[in-house]
Design a protein around this ligand. Structure first.
Ligand SMILES: *Cc1c(COP(=O)(O)O)cnc(C)c1O
Length: 410
């Protein structure tokens, strides 16, 4: 099995076979950074991706960025000028979001298990709390009373349907996320009772979906559900977060998501049910990996090259402690290689099959399983793509005590 590298999974440019990040040759960038391994994110690729999404979605749809995908402060600062909102899932992310130029009223706070101190910070900041349980609603109310602030709330709904095709399901059936749709009328009565600013609803049914039709179906069913639930709301629905779940191709056989049918479907929903039933709603699509995932690369150097009983191992100075997802241990059902190249020789013919392994003392630390590469030498830079989302902050950096990698936005 070899890893054919289709260009579509790797949007980076090259110059004379050398990978460019933000227009800078990767080996030169490594000198500038001064250390390997490191993560490099290309700001032009991020901007282009946001533009492509905007072009595909109908007018009036707001675009929110799910900060957990990549919370690097420079990335947030860059995105704060490009998207309409940030969705955070912890007080730490909240602080970083508020450090950017994004106004607090365009920040939403989702996630189960929000502590009362976190709720106090959110209410004091004036962001919208996406309430995940009835207990949480009661605590938001207490916090609002205590601070003398009318807390802004939206209800996160666990829908009565699941989405086909999602890599990770976060809605439908029993869930730790959101409030079951059938409980929502009672919860809306409690919202009406309290001194709370009711904003609207949030439904996020699943992530890493490459099937446009199932995303469209989820959006249709979400609007249908929210129209029904809105009948019991204490005021007009001002905020309707339809979720996102747009997936990116990680492995060679993944087909990129086609945004055209999604845009057409949203246009229809905007012109029909949303216009007639939810006319005051800011309609939001919330994306994480789709905006940043393909704009990042993890660069690591070959430290050792060894043969063992017919297999060739390239041992690199990075590993799963920085980029867990590339090892297949972050939510993947089957391990598949992320695209791998030799950063300074992307144009050379691949003439050997190697295993790219990290420096951790565990067989889990496999970054490339039997990949085809040009013959690599010790000191070569290896580029592992799709590193812009769920990379560094989704990895066990303390494992084995190696230093943390650098991160740059170029
Ligand atoms: C994680 C998460 C996202 C982002 O998911 P992606 O797959 O990165 O797009 C969006 N919304 C919520 C509520 C999330 O928890």
């Amino acid at each position: 099995m070899t890893n054919a590298i289709p260009d579509r999974t790797v949007p980076f440019e090259r110059d004379d076979g050398v990978l460019l990040v933000g227009g800078i040759p990767a080996d030169r960038l490594a000198e500038r950074v001064g250390t390997t391994p490191f993560f490099a994110y290309d700001r032009t690729l991020i901007s282009e991706r946001v533009s492509a999404v905007r072009a595909a979605l109908p007018e009036g749809i707001r675009l929110s960025y799910a900060v957990k995908a990549n919370p690097m402060p420079a990335v947030l600062q860059h995105l704060s000028r490009l998207v309409d909102g940030f969705d955070v899932a912890s007080a730490g992310e909240l602080r970083e979001a508020l450090n950017s130029t994004m106004p607090a009223e365009h920040v939403t706070f989702a996630g189960p298990g929000k502590t009362t101190p976190e709720l106090r910070q959110a209410v004091a900041a004036g962001v919208t709390v996406e309430v995940e349980s009835e207990n949480e609603l009661a605590r938001v109310r207490e916090v609002g009373d205590l601070l003398g602030v009318r807390a802004r709330v939206a209800l996160r709904v666990n829908p009565d349907f699941a989405v086909r095709g999602a890599g990770m399901h976060m809605g439908g059936g029993p869930q730790q996320f959101g409030i079951d749709a059938e409980r929502i009328p009672a919860v809306l009565a409690a919202v009406a009772d309290a001194e709370l600013g009711f904003e609207g609803f949030h439904v996020f049914a699943g992530s890493q979906n490459l099937d446009a039709e199932s995303i469209c179906e989820a959006q249709r069913r979400t609007v249908e559900l929210i129209v029904k639930l809105a009948a019991a709301a204490p005021g007009p629905v001002r905020y309707l977060n339809l979720g996102g779940g747009f997936g990116i191709p990680y492995a060679a056989r993944d087909r990129p998501l086609d945004l055209t049918p999604i845009g057409a479907n949203l246009a229809t929903l905007m012109d029909t049910a949303i216009r007639s039933e939810l006319p005051s709603a800011r309609v939001v699509i919330e994306l994480g990996r789709y905006l940043v995932g393909e704009a990042g690369v993890y660069l690591t150097r070959v430290v050792d090259r060894k043969e063992s009983r017919g297999r060739t191992y390239l041992v690199v100075d990075g590993g799963l402690h920085h980029q867990l997802a590339a090892s297949g241990n972050f939510g993947q059902k089957i391990r598949r290689n992320y695209p791998v190249e030799l950063a300074a020789r992307t144009g050379d013919a691949s003439n050997e099959t190697v295993d790219v392994v990290g420096c951790l003392c565990t067989p889990l630390d496999l970054l490339g399983d039997r990949v085809s590469l040009p013959a690599a030498r010790i000191g070569d830079l290896v580029a592992i793509f799709c590193a812009g989302a769920y990379g560094l902050t989704a990895s066990p950096t303390a494992f084995l005590g190696h230093p943390a990698p650098a991160e740059v936005l170029v």
